[in-house]
Design a protein around this ligand. Sequence first.
Ligand SMILES: Cc1ncc(COP(=O)(O)O)c(C=O)c1O
Length: 460
Amino acid sequence: MEEIMRNDHVFHRDLLKQYPIITHGKGPYLYSEDGRRFLDACSGAVAANLGHGIKEIAEAMAEQAGKAAFVHTLRFETPVLYELSEKIAKLAPDPLKKVYFTSGGSEANESAIKLARQYHKDAGKPEKHVVIGRWQSYHGNTFGSLSAGGDIKRRQVYTPNLLDFKHIHSPNCLRCPFQREKKDCDKTQNWSCTASLEQLILEIGPQNVSAFITEPITGSQLGSVVPPESYFQEIRRICDRYDVLLIADEVMTGFGRTGKNFAIEHFSIIPDIITFGKGVSAGYAPLAGMIVHERIMDGLMQNSKGKFVHGYTYSGHPVSVAAGLAVLQIYEREKILENVRDAGKYLFDKLIDLKTRIPFIYDVRGMGLLLGIEFSADKAGTPFEPSLQLSERINEKAMELGAVFYPGNGTINGQMGDHLIVSPPLNCKKDELDELVQILENSMLLAIEEIRRGLDDAAK
Ligand SMILES: Cc1ncc(COP(=O)(O)O)c(C=O)c1O
């Protein structure tokens, strides 16, 4: 294989790190120029949902690039834009039927925040502008989406630049931020995690609040935490009560990741806007967007002369849209939802089994193929010292052994706690999952052994 020279002009994510250089991929595997193979156990960043090297998608993109690689949606549109919008609208819950495209998930959430603001303003409610998000939810890295999100570490550097958006705690029954027991909440039908939204809206003044944004299943920051069953029904009621738009951020969960087209369907409510990204193009091209409720579209028609004051050069980029169309055709043809349910259960059971053998696994959770593992130093759930970087270390060992996971920390309060997301491609097979679990077990054992040795050496 031709040797690739390290390019010193790359602005690496971490300037002190050397990253494997990937030359190609096939199925769930990535291959590096130095001859290593990595099982992609997190689909990149929960994006490469069909694995790598699918010619059909590459050819669809090439065909579109050969016809018309770019048109500006301010002046023109393309047939693929209509085809993909129709497909997405059919998958989305009624009456969310209009699809707006962006390049990435941050831009999608930025667009939803702006749409909520414009919708209210043009409807004669000019004060409505505050977005409420949740601590430990992630909505992206642009200023609007970062302000709405609750990722303490990512926000810290930019605090003076952030918008004055507000936050409530994310629901997490295992480590309830309100120190309550799930069974008591269920018995009394009184949930502090939803009551806190109403309280905050009243504090800010409902006339000032435009939207509440939430991940249906809290992904990267909490490690796939599923909310209590009735959480979203109560959230929906509160949003309706105060004319606050409900934005479901499905950038990570959309297009089958949790075993339904959209994760919010598990909770039987209809949001006002669904934002999506990642899985829509399975990582083959930058593509994301939002799907909008007809009452917002009606509002735009009646109050805004049909104009949304927003847009990006690459909104609805034909090559990305062609990739999305090919990907959705494959999801349908390969009955991907069925595989997610099947493979998800198989993997979940295997991880539960791993928990019986690995004492520092505190919890296994998630839905479909968006699974999370939380670690603790003892049975009571005491977190490991953050400086030990347990989840990062497990992933480093995994990469040495030939797999890559999605490590995270700050699980408990944004500072303490470690978790790992396990999210292989949605078309993964059982033998690949067996390999994944074997590498994961060995990586955990090697990481903990390394930590113990380090602690022993420090004590000497
Ligand atoms: C739930 C969620 N929203 C938004 C984003 C931001 O998407 P992007 O990185 O494509 O801008 C992410 C990315 O991880 C995400 O997981």
